[in-house]
Design a protein around this ligand. Structure first.
Ligand SMILES: CCCCCCCCCCC/C=C/C(=O)SCCNC(=O)CCNC(=O)[C@H](O)C(C)(C)COP(=O)(O)OP(=O)(O)OC[C@H]1O[C@@H](n2cnc3c(N)ncnc32)[C@H](O)[C@@H]1OP(=O)(O)O
Length: 303
């Protein structure tokens, strides 16, 4: 009860949606026409900034996909290509992931990529989401998340693929897999990444409730590893990186692989069925209506 109470206070907006949507995907409601003309970030400016410190062997990857670093197909493609370049560069041993947008690390998957799109396009998008997860989760480099803002759903997934998570200690920020609050379901590999991070029971509660945690709550359950004032997040990440890079690469990499391989192998062996599953789920009429209502609510909150 206490947990649920805390969740309601924290996620007034999300609770509002769950109150408005009947359970069981029987959503009936009209979708606002303005959603189809949702403002898109069509800028050709780089969506990822990479600053490589050759001496330290560490790159800072800054996510810069305004306004909220949502994970669109274009963003994911650029992100994977940048990460692959660093992975191939033997002089780069560590990556710090952070956001260049104020108050948000990443708003998660770009909902517009899942709303009103053809099955082919949805499939292409999902493959890119899988690719991002596979590249990050199986990276040989040390990856540290400097979470300087809210990080719901796909943003939380991205953070959980990292080896260590440092979050800005600001009670306005939140992090978690909130998919159920949108009327959608976190796939098995999102779930397993969370189980591998915080354990089975905590994940069971978190996923069913679609729980978003404050930084302090996230630290309590082990979803993040350290809280620091926001202006110290990069220096702390850099210091932490030095400690991690002091461990011989091969020993650390084999250990990392041992911990993560079962989950990675599972997705690798089910990639195509997972894409089909996603496409058939996301294109269903009730799911589309849920997403439409959620998007409308995100906008209404501003006015
Ligand atoms: C049987 C099993 C089968 C399983 C099959 C698979 C099922 C599907 C799995 C899908 C998994 C999905 C994962 C996801 O990541 S879904 C995305 C979830 N994200 C969220 O819920 C976050 C929503 N956003 C927010 O809460 C806030 O925006 C945020 C706290 C991040 C920032 O708040 P702030 O006040 O700073 O900014 P605004 O809310 O005003 O937003 C600015 C504009 O950005 C738009 N926006 C926000 N988030 C998104 C998003 N995720 N995608 C697209 N667009 C987004 C928002 O609408 C504003 O737009 P406008 O400026 O045009 O109004």
């Amino acid at each position: 009860m206490a947990l649920r109470g805390a969740f309601r206070t924290r996620c007034g907006l999300l609770s509002l949606l769950s109150q408005r949507l009947p359970h069981g995907n029987h959503v009936r409601g009209c979708v606002s026409p303005f959603l189809s003309t949702h403002r898109r970030n069509n800028s050709t400016a780089p969506k990822i900034k990479v600053d490589f410190d050759q001496t330290a062997g560490v790159s800072i990857m800054t996510l810069q996909n305004p306004p909220v670093n949502s994970l669109s197909l274009d963003f994911l493609t650029e992100f994977c290509s940048a990460l692959e370049k660093l992975e191939m560069d033997k002089s780069c041993r560590g990556v710090i992931l952070t956001s260049g947008q104020p108050k948000v690390f990443s708003a998660g998957l770009d909902i517009m990529e899942m709303y009103g799109k053809s099955p082919e396009r949805c499939g292409e998008f999902w493959r890119a989401v899988q690719e991002m997860w596979l590249k990050l989760y199986s990276s040989n480099m040390v990856i540290i998340a400097a979470i300087n803002g809210s990080s719901p759903a796909g943003g939380c997934l991205m953070s959980m693929t990292c080896d260590y998570r440092i979050m800005a200690d600001n009670p306005r920020y939140s992090i978690g897999l909130n998919e159920t609050q949108l009327g959608i379901v976190a796939p098995f590999w999102f779930k397993e990444t969370m189980v591998n991070t915080v354990g089975h029971r905590t994940t069971e509660i978190a996923l069913q409730l679609g729980q978003l945690y404050s930084p302090t709550e996230a630290l309590d359950i082990g979803l993040v590893d350290k809280l620091v004032p926001e202006d110290q997040i990069i220096t702390t990440a850099t210091q932490t990186m030095t400690k991690w890079l002091a461990v011989p690469d091969h020993a650390r990499q084999i250990t990392k692989s041992m911990m993560r391989k079962p989950t990675i192998d599972k997705l690798m062996s089910k990639r195509e069925p997972d894409i089909q599953n996603f496409v058939s789920f996301i294109t269903k009429d009730p799911i589309q209506k849920s997403l439409g209502l959620y998007l409308a609510m995100l906008k209404k909150r501003k006015s």
